[in-house]
Design a protein around this ligand. Structure first.
Ligand code: CAA
Length: 248
């Protein structure tokens, strides 16, 4: 049983929902952050999860904006207390070959996927260090490790997330705060559903395990990394990709 407070950005999404449930199951106080424009669907999501027995708080916040993130964290601290566990899970794709990519496709992906990691982590790191406890997990991607046709923006942002992970892990290692990345492969969510079917089938045929992953595969890994006992794992990247990309 944990009595920690966990903030999950992108908490109402495909991976986020599974992560919220896993941390809730072990007794964390869970807060899911969602886009301010998504308050109605987020409220419906919250009600649906309540019917399933999950009591999860929701908070609006545009994590690509430093100012709005600052406001969001102040609101969380006023209403729920400090954040012990942060899972940076907010992410988008704008897949296009570089020849067709517009400046906005680049900026949106970099600001939401990578900028958000700075914006949110910057607000909570000081408190974690002062209290001598923190768990931060950044959801990177197999495509940050190996690159992907049509994802120069996303691959760059996801690789950048792990650079951030390793640097902050060094800064906070002696302060009881661990910082790690998880790199999912192709997981069955709306993000992978958006890939053209023929392209998706071709990718899945190359996965050694022979199928796409489930959001629960990622949630399980997050629960492990954010456990109080996982205090000697920091600066690591855990691939959860069905063998799609193997490295050490
Ligand atoms: N490798 C090499 N060549 C490829 C290729 C590949 N993987 N895929 C396509 N091509 C070739 C085509 O054969 C075609 O060649 P010709 O011009 O010689 O005919 C050319 O590239 C097509 O180029 P276009 O710029 O016209 O590309 P497009 O508009 O048809 O589509 C795309 C490009 C939108 C990127 C499409 O390929 C696509 O959606 N790919 C999937 C990208 C992907 O895997 N995204 C992951 C999303 S999920 C996620 O991101 C979560 C996570 O963390 C894993």
């Amino acid at each position: 049983m944990s009595n920690k407070t966990a903030l999950i950005t992108g908490g109402t999404g495909g991976l986020g929902t599974a992560i919220c449930k896993a941390l809730c199951d072990r007794g964390d106080r869970v807060i899911a952050c969602h886009l301010p424009s998504d308050t109605a669907p987020a409220t419906a999501w919250q009600e649906r999860l309540k019917e399933e027995g999950y009591d999860i708080a929701i908070i609006p916040g545009d994590v690509s904006s430093f100012t709005d993130t600052k406001r969001m964290i102040a609101e969380i601290e006023a209403n729920y207390g400090w954040v012990d566990i942060l899972v940076n899970c907010a992410g988008i794709t704008r897949d296009k070959t570089l020849r067709k990519m517009e400046e906005k496709d680049w900026e949106d992906v970099v600001n939401v996927n990578l900028g958000s990691v700075f914006n949110v982590t910057r607000q909570v790191i000081e408190g974690m260090i002062e209290r001598g406890f923190g768990r931060i997990v950044n959801i990177s991607s197999v495509n940050g490790q190996r690159g992907q046709f049509g994802q120069t923006n996303y691959s760059a942002a996801k690789a950048g997330m792990h650079g951030f992970t390793m640097a902050l892990a060094q800064e906070s290692a002696r302060k009881g705060v661990t910082v790690n990345s998880v790199s999912p492969g192709y997981i069955a969510t709306s993000m992978t559903e958006a890939i053209p079917e023929d392209v998706r089938n071709q990718i899945v045929s190359g996965i050694p395990v022979g199928r796409m992953g489930d959001p629960e595969d990622i949630a399980h890994t997050i629960a492990f990394l954010t456990d109080e006992k996982s205090d000697y794992i920091t600066g690591a990247n855990i691939p959860v990709n069905g063998g799609l990309y193997m490295s050490f």
